[in-house]
Write a protein that binds this ligand. Structure first.
Ligand code: PLP
Length: 444
């Protein structure tokens, strides 16, 4: 093309970038361009400050532009920009793995690095399949997900995921997959604060799948302890415990996708700690580096790692990995981020702000179109009544109006999802809910 290296393309020309999960034509007709970020605010190209009500995409838990994280990334780029992780190592990769093992409960002690939540999901599923095979239970190839589950966009993740549109265009994908029912029961649980009272028995559907397929064919169950991307669906009281007990009874691995719930979102380090339920594998990403450098991690219990360590010592135990697994910039960003979480007690801050957050969330009860409100930690789901025959329109309009009013929210279907940086304060929380209340009042 005429534009050579070093010539910045015109920002007026938006045609080349095929935007992900975006209505491209609509966006390009009326772009929303972010050019800077500091603390809990974005700066737009027309110089406005927009309060980040979503921590980017549920990831910037330490806020934006934290000097300690910025400095760590800059220094790492100068010191060691890249090192292979296949048959080679660098110290920060091991330091970070140790650090994560120390943060996770029980014997969740071994860490496999990826670059995203999607890669973490697929990595966890592959580890589960290979684990059973290593132990001579190679018939366990079936993977169980859940309706309304989101495990990213790669083939494994969309196969166990429960979002039709994520599969609709891509063929049959993994066979030998089945799904538990989702746990969203607004007819019984609407306007619950924290965990809803009804629905633990929905975990028992796993017994039905075991009876249908045979336990000896099932490798793993993967669920989000709290489903974020499909609308902030809290686990009913007792549900996760029941799922754990059933997996134990039938020798099935339990995978928690903690890509959103990890790193303080619920007011604890991880959801497994928060709910006191120990899974066999935990997947993470997002908050691991506070969104600054792409990185994910899969953490497994000791017995899983050990099962792979029984063959010849010169043999590669797991045929899996990414060029950028444990990328030095990501490791440096993650170590600095974990330091910030600790030194600023951001998980404790989340827990301390949660009651006020809850009050403000449920203060929207009675506002126009609001049919359910859900909250936990610093996360909220605000479900709006869809417009007749026009699902998603009302919530999307709320998103546009909030953005104009200086607030970034996220919508999924007709549900508004909020998940601000954990560095937020009460005044910002007031701004979020005052803005939302005003927008709901003027929305038709
Ligand atoms: N798993 C869960 C629970 C998520 O919420 C997400 C992203 O929102 C993913 C996986 C996918 O992560 P990524 O977009 O980094 O691939």
């Amino acid at each position: 093309t005429a534009q050579g290296a070093g010539v910045p393309p015109s920002v007026n020309d938006l045609s080349s970038f095929w935007m992900p999960f975006t209505a491209n034509r609509q966006f390009k007709a009326a772009p929303r361009m972010l050019v800077g970020a500091q603390g809990v605010h974005y700066t737009t190209d027309d110089g406005r400050q927009v309060l980040d009500g979503t921590a980017g995409l549920w990831c910037c838990n330490a806020g934006h532009g934290h000097p300690a994280i910025v400095q760590a990334i800059q220094a790492q780029a100068a010191e060691l920009d890249y090192a292979p992780a296949f048959q080679m190592g660098h110290p920060k990769a091991f330091a970070l793995a140790n650090r994560l093992a120390g943060m996770l409960p029980g014997d969740l002690d071994h860490v496999f690095f990826t670059n995203s939540g999607s890669e973490s999901a697929d990595t966890a599923l592959k580890i589960a399949l290979a684990y059973h095979r290593m132990r001579g239970e190679g018939s366990r190839t079936r993977l169980i997900g859940r309706e309304r589950g989101y495990h990213g966009v790669n083939f494994g993740g969309i196969s166990v995921g429960g979002i039709t549109n994520n599969r609709r265009f891509f063929g049959t994908l993994l066979t030998g997959v089945d799904h538990l029912p989702h746990t969203h029961r607004p007819e019984k649980n609407a306007f619950s604060r924290g965990q809803p009272a009804h629905g633990a028995e929905l975990a028992d559907d796993l017994e039905r799948l075991v009876a249908l397929h045979g336990a000896e064919t099932i490798a793993a169950v993967i669920v989000e302890p709290m489903a974020g991307s499909t609308g902030v669906l809290m686990p009913p009281k007792g549900y996760l415990e029941r799922l754990r007990a059933l997996c134990d009874r039938h020798g099935i691995l339990l995978i928690f996708d903690e890509v959103i719930t990890g790193f303080g979102r619920l007011g604890s380090s991880f959801a497994c700690e928060h709910f006191g339920v120990l899974p066999d594998i935990v997947t993470t990403a997002k908050g691991l580096t506070s969104g600054t450098v792409p990185m994910g991690a899969v953490v497994t219990r000791k017995g899983i790692y050990d099962a792979f360590m029984s063959g010849p010592e010169t043999a590669i135990e797991l045929f899996h990995g990414y060029t950028y697994s444990a990328h030095p910039l990501a490791c440096a960003a993650a170590l600095a981020t974990l330091d910030v979480y600790q030194s600023e007690d951001l998980f404790g801050r989340c827990a301390a702000l949660a009651p006020y957050w809850e009050e403000r969330v449920h203060g929207l009860k009675g506002k126009p179109h609001v049919i359910d409100l859900r909250n936990m930690g610093l996360i909220a789901g605000i479900e709006l009544e869809p417009r007749p025959a026009k699902p998603t329109e009302r919530a999307f309009e709320a998103f546009l109006k909030c953005y104009e009013a200086g607030l970034m929210i996220r919508t999924t279907g007709d549900i508004i999802a909020l998940s601000p940086p954990l560095t937020i304060d009460r005044e910002h929380i007031d701004t979020i809910f005052d803005t939302l209340a005003t927008v709901l009042d003027i929305l038709d």
